[in-house]
Ligand binder design. Sequence first.
Ligand SMILES: Nc1ncnc2c1ncn2[C@@H]1O[C@H](COP(=O)(O)OP(=O)(O)OP(=O)(O)O)[C@@H](O)[C@H]1O
Ligand SMILES: [Mg+2]
Length: 298
Amino acid sequence: MTPSIDAATDSDTGTGTATGRSAAVSCTRLAYSFGETTAVDGLDLSVGEGEVFGLLGPNGAGKTTAIRCITTLLPVPAGMVHVFGHDTAKEQMSVRRMLGYVPQQLSADSGLTGRENVALFARVFDVPRKERAARVAQALRAVDLTDAADRLANTYSGGMVRRLELAQALVSAPRLLILDEPTIGLDPIARTSVWEHINAVREATGMTVLVTTHYMDEADQYCDRVGLMHRGRIRALGTPEQLREGLGERRRTEGAPATDPLPTLEDVFRDIAGSGLEDQSGGFRDVRSTRRTANRVG
Ligand SMILES: Nc1ncnc2c1ncn2[C@@H]1O[C@H](COP(=O)(O)OP(=O)(O)OP(=O)(O)O)[C@@H](O)[C@H]1O
Ligand SMILES: [Mg+2]
């Protein structure tokens, strides 16, 4: 896993602002509110082409809202979002053509077979008719669902459903794959399997990945760089190693013994998000949506 050059530049300046044309995603002072609730509050974020970027943060931090702005599912009322240099406000269709998206909520139809689900996405994403059957089969193969392809999705396990959703997102051969909690509610083996499939496609195609997760071990292991989001903004940015070492260094200057173990990414998360997590999180709606996602895949 090689940190991108953009990554180093961004974390050096500490701003996370877009640094150049090679950015797969760049958000500049992005803001979004639901009525009185400010979900995204001046977000600056740059994801380099080819990197796996993890957007972390407590419930209600604004991750899904930011992602929905990047995918053009929500408008951008303030600030700017570019995907491979295309403005999401002005070039919606060009942006959508480059994206694969696995939402936090269910996106597979349980009354269709795996193959029918992926074929539906192939049609929606304008995969040329002549190529469709082959591309659907290829996407199903990429996530190891060939044998189960003609079974109804409601007979799938949670891990299979998540892999099916991955195939749906991959069928259009996206340059940018966006995954909102792709492994929530899965057992450790199914989680690893989802990541192995993502990585295999990524190695074969050079696709960029933007992912949210609450599993710090996953972020540590699979992300080139992570941004810790809290109250609508990135509060810490860097490689998992940089963030862990940064906190260790700070603790030492505050008097912690040099023999203390290196902080984990979870320590970094707690340090940024603070102890009053319950007070600051999004409340009932967030718990409900997270549970719903966990239940249906679990
Ligand atoms: N459709 C909506 N209507 C009203 N408020 C919303 C809506 N969607 C999100 N919010 C609010 O916006 C804030 C950010 O929510 P968002 O779903 O983006 O957070 P998140 O970081 O994805 O959280 P989680 O980790 O729980 O998925 C929260 O306070 C949430 O309650
Ligand atoms: Mg979310």
